[in-house]
Design a protein around this ligand. Sequence first.
Ligand code: GLU
Length: 280
Amino acid sequence: MARKIGLFVLALAMVGVLCGAALAGDTLADVKKNGVLVAGVKDSLPPFGSVDPNTKEYVGYDIDFVKYIAKKLGVKVEFKPVSSANRMPMLMEGRVDLLACTMTKNPERAKQIDFSYTYFLTGQKFLTKKGTVKSLKDLEGKKIGTAKGSTSEQNVTKAVPSATVLSFDDYPQAVLGVQQGKVIAATTDESILAGQLGKLEKNPATKGKFEIPDLAISEEPYGLGMRKGDTNLVKFVNDTILEMEKNGEAAKIFEKWFGPNSDSPIKRGSFKITADKRGT
Ligand code: GLU
């Protein structure tokens, strides 16, 4: 009897392993064979991922990381737009090979997908009309905008429980909500808000009217997302990230999109990646 149960358990375990293998496959081998890496990215979220209106090409911090990885692999890249809410299903259903889309690594998400080492570190803040918000108290009982399916949505609900959180499809819509007075603040990662503030600063009608108060409610380490158990791709991507850190490419990309001469300058300051934060 015990032996029978043992065999049954073994058979079940094998089915489990086979299913897992079928789900993850070996994306690295497939990408090499097909000559193309399909990456899920944001398409209207500068400076991470957006489409240049002149060239119609995808540009941004996330885009540059994907391009470097593809170049190292010797394959072409195809970018597919994803939202915060649909990106994990897009990956798990095999519609993209990899996610590079301002995505925070956390244990809840890591149950469903695998993450690379941290390639960007930021924290959640607020974008408001100038002078309206000095502390979290000013947000109590107010309406705050963010995007569906994000950690921003979860964090703000915890940080300001009395607020009404309005979840839009994306962050530009939440920022529009601030401009129109529908919400007192838009909240998400500082790095994303910096891109939105940069756009407002470029427009003479909105220049000088908005700000990101110095109010952080979380730390957000970004990882590139891959299918669960896709070990060869995860290893390749992690090695590439370390190489980019060592050869200065990661710093160059940061300077290009967030440096003092960029449209969305931020200080690395307290959100700088250190060795102990690399794997978090
Ligand atoms: N980094 C946060 C997240 O992964 C907010 C940005 C986003 O929605 O992509 O949820």
